[in-house]
Structures are given as C-alpha cells and as structure tokens.
Design a protein around this ligand. Sequence first.
Ligand code: TMP
Length: 254
Amino acid sequence: MARRRKVYEGKAKILYEGPEPGTLVQYFKDDATAFNNQKKGIITGKGVLNNRISEYIMLRLAEIGIPTHFVRRLNMREQLIREVEIIPVEVIVRNIAAGSMSKRLGIPEGTPLPRSIVEYCYKSDDLGDPLVSEEHIAAFGWASPPELDDMMALALRINDVLFGLFAGVGIRLVDFKIEFGRLYEDEDVRTVLADEISPDSCRLWDMRSNEKLDKDRFRRDLGGVAEAYQEVARRLGILPEGGPNDLKGPAVMQ
Ligand code: TMP
C-alpha cells in the first residue's frame, strides 16, 4: 500500500490525506487516554467499534438534516471524511448529572437535570480543556457569534435525536461531547459536526441496571471496557460481521 501523508495524530485517531482534495481518512486507534493523557491504555477492538458506532450515528443524524463531515466508511478502522477546520471549542450536552458537573456543583451522579444543559470547553490539551463561557468564545474569537448559534442549535437537535435513538435500545444518554468544524465550499463556510460520536465521547447507562457502557469503565478501572463498547454496538444492531472475534482483524484492509 502506498504510504499516505499523516495530517494529524490525536489520542484516539489519526488523520491521513484523503484520495481527493478536501477529503481526509480518519483512522480509529485502540488507544485510550483519560484525565488529559495522564492515564493511558489500549482497549482491544475499540477502534473498530468506534468506527462503526460513529458511522451509524453520523448517518442517522445526516438523515434528519444535521450536516456532518462523514462521507463513508472505508474499512474496519477507517472512514472518509470531508476536511474541515476544527473550531477549538468542545460542546458538551448533559441530560443527567455526572462526571465533572457532579464534582463541580456537588450534584450526585445520576440526578436528572431540570433541562438539557450545554457547556463549552476550550480545546487545549496544555490547559486540560477548561470550561469556558460564550463570552470567552466570542471575546477571544474562537467561534463567531453565528457559529456559536449554529453549534448550540445543532447540539440540542443532536441531543434530541441521540436521546431517542439510545432510549430505543435501552440506553440512557447521560451526556456527550461533540466538536464542530468549518467546511469551506466555494465562497461559503458551513458549520458541520466533526470528530466522532462513540462511547469514548458519551456517557451511556443501561436503563434497567444503570451499568456504565462507556469510557468511564476505563477512566474508573471498572473492567469490561471492550465488552461494554461491544454491547452498545450490538444493541444498535451494528456488530462487525464476524461478531466480536472480528475485532482483532487486520488494522487496515484495503
Ligand atoms: P465530563 O463530565 O468529564 O466533563 O465529561 C462530559 C462528557 O464529555 C462525557 O460524556 C465524556 C465527554 N468527554 C470527552 O469526550 N472528552 C474529554 O476530554 C472529556 C473531559 C469529556
């Protein structure tokens, strides 16, 4: 296989130059990190599952008119995406108190919130992605006011869709993090959903048992991490063709 140019390597994914201008290949690794890279590990098969799960979710969102960077899945670990300029703001939507919100505000994990709450973090590994307000985003020009409006509106629509989608398979969508990018088309710039949506970036609890089916299993050393991701894929009806054993297949299939 011809060597491709690596454009960017993050903690869980690698971006390569795509086959046509304006496209990239997004490769999903098995690497997991938490607490801003202080904790590191490998979750065997995670990349394969997240590639599938994120594909499935991006397609469901596109069906209802949410613009995304996703073009198509290429193989077990790779998907073709449109090249965007990532807006350096992480958007978090919360339905139930958990994680940093529980800690910050002293609300016990599992407490339903009176309404969905949107938070923003400034995307900076050096600073540990600090929580910021719309004022910071506007004042420092990380996103323009119309982009911020787009991000907030899209985030709430995405929450509505995902909340229903997961509820349908017995999973509570506690919270999630998404990222947006600027898609340059001719003279136009559009705000589109980018990155991934997977158990790495969501909190997903089994509705009956409240068992965690997401990256908190890794963050909190609960064990059964890969099994939890598999369970999410299974419930969504998208386990890789060969079942769980397929997960250890070749990293790149062309
Ligand atoms: P938090 O409660 O730790 O702030 O996390 C909120 C949501 O965002 C949770 O679903 C996990 C996700 N998240 C990421 O995807 N990446 C991150 O770096 C962090 C801190 C959280």
